[in-house]
Design a protein around this ligand. Sequence first.
Ligand SMILES: [Zn+2]
Length: 471
Amino acid sequence: MKSQRIVFAILLSALFCSTSLAQGRFHTGDPRPVIIIEGGTVVTMNKDRRIVENGAVVVRGDTIEFVGKRSEIPVLFRGRAKTIDATGKVVIPGLINTHTHVPMSLFRGISDDLDLNDWLTKYIFPAEAKNVDEAFVRAGTRLGLAEMIRGGTTTYCDMYYFEDAIADETKKAGMRGVLGETIIDFPVADNKTFDQAMTYGERFVRKWKNDPLIVPALAPHAPYTVSTEHLLAIKKLSDSLNAAIVIHVAETKKERDDILAQKGATPVNYLNRIGFLNDRVIAAHTVFVTEDEIDILKSKGVGAAHNPQSNMKLASGTAPVPMMLSKNLAVGLGTDGAASNNDVDMWEEIDTAAKLHKLISGDPKTLPAEQAFEMATIRGARALHIDTITGSIETGKRADIAIVDLNSLHQTPMYNVYSHLVYATKASDVRTVIINGQIVMLDRVLLTLNESAIKRDANAYRIKIINSLSK
Ligand SMILES: [Zn+2]
């Protein structure tokens, strides 16, 4: 009798333990809201590149709690969840735009068909000097954010002035951002001296450091616009704050040649020599880099942002992306500012990157679709040093997700999902977007931004900008 009781007790405790373990994994008492996305093709971009047909993703609070078959959704989530039917659609990690100057959306199309030097010095710098203030930055940021969310982008990396206002607008819109306050060796809209810029930068980083959406960064503009002394001071400040650094590197041949003449080394070698490079640095463009320099970037853990359309439009050159990928460098895709693109549409960037490098290499096997899509998702997250929290649909990661239609004419018929995502899908096919567990666009309606007010503000700035340049 006694032994029977012991056996019964063991069985009972085993049953109790296994039940509590199973439920414990999903924290049954957790009161946070639950969203179930079910019925779509889930392209996870996890390590195994798992794709789940008739799949499901369960989000609780800001976190992905379950990824799997629709038939396997844990029953405890049912009945208390908002359900999004993704049947016939594809569920993807939100896209990651690794390089922007988001307020420059207000300069979209202000001048085209010029090289970087003429474009910057004759148009962009004067237009900025006459127009950029905090209100301009806020209006331009809202415009850029609305365009990005509409196109399924859930994270972007920015570099501009009044970055504190950009962070504020970004948080209000519910977008994730790695945001860098620009520091440059001439007086600009928000800071007139280097010391002012450093004070602003430090205050900015301290203010946003633990925000769930914003990763604050310092953004020295480029090796050719910031002195060695100032680059070293910025590096020291970033070390003390453990802050990311965003910087343009080796964008043009002129930059490469000038830095070589002035510093006795090419941009990456120069930055390495002064001890500037580490695993918190995000280098935009890296067009004129050699194999040795790619090895330096890789060994220092630097992330790179490839901006194919901006580089093409300014005829800057073609970054050696296939070589970067062959060395497993963390290189993502970016649009650059809308003034040199002229949009912030990541779908165009993915498509362009995949095709550009085939043309340059003369080999159509270069940068296949899956690899191009990886650059816009998990590899882009690596480039921004935030791949532990975003870039793929995996249990435990933040819920940054886009749901994309697959039934438009230009997507019909479908044979391969990566092929369609890279070569056929448009930004207008994105239906619903979730960032950090919050639905920011539902069935193509923006929920955190007012689209008509954004357009009205932008058109008012157009007139103001035209008037400012005619004076
Ligand atoms: Zn840029």
